[in-house]
Design a protein around this ligand. Structure first.
Ligand SMILES: Nc1ncnc2c1ncn2[C@@H]1O[C@H](COP(=O)(O)OP(=O)(O)O)[C@@H](O)[C@H]1O
Ligand SMILES: Cc1ncc(COP(=O)(O)OP(=O)(O)O)c(N)n1
Length: 273
C-alpha cells in the first residue's frame, strides 16, 4: 500500500490588502510565512493597483466577502496566529474586529497601516478612530511606524528617547500586550532601530542601516514575520527580535526591479548574487 507523507505545520492568517506589484500587502505576507515554513492563509480586504512608484487605485472588498474569507479559514483550517495590514475604512475595520472576536483568533499582530513612512495619511480620520478604539486593544503585538506612533501616543517623535516614550505611552493608553515602534521613518542610523515595550522590558532592537532605495514592504514583512514566529510557538520578544533580523536580511537582498522603490527580497538564501 502506498503511504503519503503528511506534515502538521503551523498556520497563520493575513488580513490585508493586495499589492499588484507584489512588494507589500498579502503578497509580501504570504512569502514571509512560506519562508518561515508556516502555511499561509489570507483574507483580502482591498485590491490596490500599485507598483514600485506608488498606488494608482484602491478597491475595497465587500464586507461579506471579508467575513466569509476569515470564516472559511478559521472554521476548517484553524490558525495559530494572524496579522492585520491595510484595512482601508471604518466598515472593513469593524468587520474584521467582529470576525477576530467570533473566531477567538490568537496571537494577533496589528500593523496599524494609517500613514506611509513618508508621512502621507492612508485612511480617513473616522477609520483611525475605529482602529484605535476597537482593533488595537485586541492586539498581542502592535507595530506602528514613526507617524502612526505619533498619532497613537500624541507625542512628537524626533529622537530615540521620543521613540521610547511613545512605546511606553501607547502600551499604557491602548492596552496592547506589546508594542514595537519602528524606526524606518526616522533620520540616519535611527532608521534601523525599533523600540520594544511589553509593560516590563523596554528594549532597543538594533540592526545596521541598509543603504538602499529598495525598501518597499518592510513594514508588512516585519509584522508577518512576527506572526509566523508566534504561530511556531516563539515567545513575544523572541518573535519580534527574530522578525527584525529577517527584515534586515531581506533589505540586504532587496530586489532592484521597477523604476521606483523595489521590494525587499524574501527568499534571500536562494537569491543569486
Ligand atoms: N534602510 C533601512 N535599514 C535598516 N532597517 C530598515 C530600513 N528601513 C526600514 N527598516 C526597518 O524596517 C522595518 C519597517 O519599518 P518602517 O519602514 O518604519 O515601517 P513601515 O514600512 O510600516 O512604514 C523596521 O524594522 C525598520 O527598522
Ligand atoms: C496593499 C498594501 N498594504 C500595505 C502597504 C504598506 O506597506 P509597508 O510594508 O507598511 O510600507 P512600505 O515599507 O512599503 O512603505 C502597501 N503599500 N500596500
Amino acid at each position: 500500500m502506498n503511504t503519503t507523507k503528511t506534515s502538521k505545520v503551523p498556520v497563520a492568517l493575513t488580513i490585508a490588502g493586495s499589492d499588484s506589484g507584489g512588494g507589500a500587502g498579502i503578497q509580501a505576507d504570504l512569502r514571509t510565512f512560506a519562508f518561515h515554513c508556516v502555511h499561509g492563509t489570507s483574507a483580502i480586504t482591498c485590491v490596490t493597483a500599485q507598483n514600485t512608484l506608488g498606488v494608482t487605485r484602491v478597491d475595497a472588498m465587500a464586507k461579506e466577502a471579508i467575513e466569509q474569507q476569515i470564516k472559511a479559514v478559521c472554521e476548517d483550517i484553524g490558525v495559530q496566529a494572524a496579522k492585520t495590514g491595510m484595512l482601508l475604512n471604518q466598515e472593513i475595520i469593524t468587520t474584521v474586529v467582529k470576525q477576530i472576536d467570533t473566531h477567538a483568533i490568537p496571537n494577533l499582530v496589528v500593523d496599524p497601516v494609517m500613514v506611509s513612512r513618508t508621512g502621507a495619511q492612508l485612511i480617513d480620520d473616522e477609520a483611525v478612530k475605529t482602529l484605535r478604539d476597537s482593533l488595537i486593544p485586541l492586539a498581542t503585538v502592535l507595530t506602528p511606524n514613526r507617524y502612526e506612533a505619533q498619532i497613537l501616543s500624541g507625542l512628537e517623535i524626533k529622537s530615540l528617547d521620543d521613540m521610547k516614550a511613545a512605546a511606553q505611552t501607547i502600551h499604557e493608553k491602548l492596552k496592547v500586550k506589546a508594542v514595537l515602534v519602528k524606526g524606518g521613518g526616522m533620520q540616519g542610523s535611527l532608521r534601523g532601530i525599533d523600540i520594544w515595550f511589553d509593560g516590563k522590558n523596554l528594549e532597543t532592537l538594533f540592526t545596521q542601516l541598509v543603504a538602499t532605495k529598495n525598501t518597499h514592504g518592510t513594514g508588512c514583512t516585519l509584522s508577518a514575520a512576527i506572526a509566523a514566529n508566534l504561530a511556531r510557538g516563539d515567545s513575544l520578544f523572541k518573535a519580534a527580535r527574530q522578525a527584525k533580523e529577517y527584515v534586515s536580511y531581506a533589505l540586504n537582498n532587496a530586489l532592484d526591479i521597477g523604476k521606483g522603490q523595489g521590494p525587499v527580497g524574501h527568499f534571500f538564501p536562494l537569491l543569486k548574487k
